[in-house]
Design a protein around this ligand. Structure first.
Ligand SMILES: Cc1cc2nc3c(=O)[nH]c(=O)nc-3n(C[C@H](O)[C@H](O)[C@H](O)COP(=O)(O)OP(=O)(O)OC[C@H]3O[C@@H](n4cnc5c(N)ncnc54)[C@H](O)[C@@H]3O)c2cc1C
Length: 501
């Protein structure tokens, strides 16, 4: 069983020498408070624990790690093993007005699990394991700190079931983190986003009380409360149990690949296939640059990879619909080894660390947009990135598709003028501003599956408009003392503001 998070990169200094990059008002925890916390569940104040729980896989924070800094240390890390213990920890924090930030694998890429105002971190990785399985209905009851491989290995081998959620970070992320950040796996075109997989949640609220959001297959008892907590990034409650929908293990897998002279033809292939009812598990389109970099392209053609799994008759029909759409849109069949290669290398992210160590600014940005605006957004974002001084490349692929639109996943690389931290941070911020503003301006949303965290907090009010006031009102009502992951999702915090200046 995996019970440990994976650090994103090494620190340049010994942990005792690191300083916090984010300066916020400290919360003073009394000895009594620490003793009471320690009586509830194991807790730690070692410098190693505090610095590791101060960061996630946010690429900018990797540069901080390489420059003797860590985002923001908490005061104490605790590791509950039951709902009751989480409830007691949260009650204690509520009584003492102490911030409490929950973390799972800490593989988020926007800083969502960083405890901005210090206080307590609840590390859920000991609150783990499959609790029960309703094999007839395919319902899995699981603890939030369960890592991807532990969940799938158990339900594959014992029950011949699969949830079908395979993010690129599958090995290093947990069920609670998937839900907290509203993620999507690489097989989402068949199995859906995490939103579609969660049947119900057990939540510890900010006063320590526990609620269930219901596990029925469909309901009409007022608005869907489960949805309220999906993507809430630990700001509305702590998820202590999850019911996930699972599918029978697939009997057959088939693959196809195509090359296209234009991105627009390939997008039209995806759109018509999906709108005609084909939902292959994997449907990924790479632009010319990414096709050349990773899929044997010549730099002038785009590559569409297709993989489906399940019952043969359904897969054959699905691949026929996609194949017909490709031919109708000038696609050329290509070798299916391209899909095999992708399967082998899809979770390798070693380039990120290697290039960061050389001082390059590297990151990805994913947004969702209606089919009618996919080409426009893809062009606008790539062009805006390339206008920033130091930008070396901007590329994209379409990673997830829906009846009404798709997720465009951009990758950028830049070489700051100088290799010092200030120059790296400036370049990083300028590229994100250019890319996110271009995406919002041309009709995309803020995020498809990476979430908001620290990195995107400054754009969320613009993206949501007056709807952000509704979210803030919900936050205020559920967490009047502002103890749950304060400072996130651009909720006003009585604890102060944070900025990176
Ligand atoms: C190499 C790499 C590839 C990635 N690929 C993908 C991908 O394909 N698809 C995708 O969706 N994401 C991807 N991500 C982003 C990240 O892995 C996901 O967001 C993941 O879901 C985070 O899970 P975690 O357990 O690491 O959560 P953490 O990073 O620990 O936390 C994420 C957020 O969820 C909250 N949270 C965690 N547990 C709970 C809980 N029990 N209750 C309430 N809130 C909670 C935290 O407070 C935080 O706000 C990738 C990241 C990396 C580094």
């Amino acid at each position: 069983m995996t019970t440990k998070s994976t650090p994103p990169i090494e620190f340049s200094q010994s942990v005792g020498e690191l300083t916090d990059r984010i300066k916020t008002k400290a919360t003073t925890l009394s000895k009594d408070f620490l003793n009471s916390l320690g009586a509830v569940c194991p807790s730690s104040t070692t410098v190693e624990d505090l610095v590791e729980h101060s960061r996630d896989w946010w690429p900018l924070a990797m540069h901080w790690s390489l420059n003797g800094k860590t985002p923001r240390r908490s005061d104490v890390v605790c590791r509950p093993t039951s709902t009751e213990q989480v409830s007691e920890v949260v009650s204690l924090c509520a009584k003492n007005s102490v911030p409490v930030t929950v973390s799972g694998g800490r593989s988020g890429v926007c800083g969502a699990a960083v405890p901005l105002f210090a206080g307590v971190v609840i590390d859920t990785t000991n609150l783990c394991g499959v609790v029960s399985v309703d094999q007839i209905s395919g319902l899995i009851e699981v603890r939030p700190g369960t890592f991807g491989p532990d969940l799938e290995n158990e339900i594959n081998s014992k029950y011949k079931l699969s949830v079908g959620h395979f993010p690129q970070s599958f090995d290093i992320s947990t069920v609670g983190g998937w839900i907290g950040s509203r993620g999507a796996g690489q097989y989402s075109t068949r199995y859906g986003k995490i939103d579609d997989m969660v049947a119900g949640l057990e939540i510890v609220l900010a006063d320590g009380s526990v609620i269930l959001t219901g596990t029925e297959p469909a309901g009409a008892a007022g608005p869907n409360l489960t949805s309220l907590f999906i993507g809430s990034e630990g700001t509305l409650g702590v998820i202590t149990k999850v019911w996930l929908r699972a599918h029978p293990l697939p009997a057959v897998t088939k693959k196809a690949a195509f090359r296209f002279e234009t991105f627009a033809d390939a997008v039209e292939t995806m759109r018509t296939a999906i709108r005609n009812g084909a939902t292959p598990a994997v449907l990924r389109l790479y632009d010319e640059r990414e096709s050349k970099r990773s899929h044997g392209g010549d730099g002038k053609t785009c590559t569409l990879l297709v993989l489906d799994e399940g019952v043969e008759v359904l897969i054959d029909a699905t691949l026929k619909i996609v194949g017909d759409a490709a031919i109708n849109n000038h696609g050329q069949p290509a070798e299916t080894e391209l899909v095999d290669n992708w399967l082998h290398h899809r979770n390798d992210t070693s380039g990120l660390q290697a290039l960061s160590k050389k001082g390059f600014v590297i990151d990805t940005m994913e947004v969702a947009v209606a089919w009618s605006r996919v080409n426009e957004v893809a062009d606008a974002v790539r062009q805006s990135i390339m206008q920033v001084s130091g930008a070396r490349s901007a590329s994209c692929h379409i990673s997830h598709s829906y009846l009404d639109g798709a997720c465009i996943y951009f990758t950028f690389a830049a070489e700051p003028k100088e290799k010092n931290l200030e120059s790296i941070e400036n370049t990083y911020t300028q590229i994100w501003d250019a890319a996110q503003n271009a995406a919002l301006q041309s009709g995309a949303n803020l995020s498809h599956h990476h979430g908001v965290g620290i990195n995107r907090a400054k754009y969320i009010k613009r993206a949501l408009g007056p709807a952000h006031d509704v979210l803030s009102a919900i936050k205020k009502s559920l967490d009047p003392q502002d103890i749950l992951n304060p400072g996130k999702l651009a909720f006003a915090s009585k604890r102060g503001e944070f900025n990176l200046d």
